[in-house]
Write a protein of this length. Structure first.
Length: 220
């Protein structure tokens, strides 16, 4: 098998594959930032004293987490353009879908992080004259995010892997680029093995970094 392995099919396609990998990275970054920001808002709603906000957050999270991601992608690529009367494109469809989908998961992660901070610290902050929102921004959220870094990065790894689904909206990510090269050059074995290796190395590197962060937190 190695004797028939065509490395030239991979080497000659590196620039094309790199562009696809850049799309995967860029989509992961935007969805990660958007998911954390929106997820933080949902988490704050969930722990607020307003029942409407609590129910809205709970309904949103439960609904999105019960849907497959590929269905959310279909919604924004096919159905939303019918509602608004114009297409929004594969890339923006993917960014919005991933952001909204990941926000549901990040919301639960962040809510757990917020609840892990002692309520005594909030009471102490309020006693010094800080408002509830100021207590959250300056006292609770920094501590919560510091505790959540490993699990937030772990979810980012899952997000990066999920970007391979964007082929359904005709977005040329790394996996789609690998498929195009594999089919055009009739080198499925070489390209899919190479794609698997790239995904493994990236995810392994992130997993190793997460492990180092966790060990550092334990020792400190």
């Amino acid at each position: 098998m190695i004797k028939n392995f065509d490395f030239d099919a991979i080497i000659g396609s590196i620039p094309f594959l790199w562009k696809g990998l850049q799309v995967s990275f860029y989509l992961t970054f935007l969805a990660l930032v958007g998911g954390i920001v929106f997820g933080t808002l949902l988490a704050l709603m969930r722990i607020s004293n307003f029942k409407f906000l609590q129910y809205f957050s709970m309904t949103y999270v439960n609904f999105l987490r019960s849907m497959p991601l590929i269905l959310i992608l279909f919604w924004f690529f096919f159905l939303i353009p019918l509602i608004i009367g114009r297409p929004i494109g594969g890339f923006y469809s993917a960014v919005i879908a991933f952001t909204m989908f990941e926000a549901a998961y990040y919301s639960e992660i962040i809510r757990g992080g917020l609840l892990s901070v002692s309520s005594n610290q909030v009471s102490a902050a309020r006693a010094t004259g800080l408002s509830y929102s100021q207590s959250m921004i300056y006292i609770v959220l920094p501590q919560a995010f510091r505790n959540m870094v490993p699990i937030l990065l772990t979810q980012a790894v899952v997000l990066f892997q999920d970007t391979s689904l964007v082929y359904v909206v005709s977005l040329r990510d790394f996996m789609t680029a690998s498929t195009i090269v594999a089919q055009s050059q009739s080198r499925l074995v070489e390209l899919y093995l190479f794609a698997a290796l790239v995904y493994f190395l990236i995810c392994f590197a992130f997993s190793f970094m997460i492990k180092r962060i966790q060990n550092k937190k334990i020792t400190t």
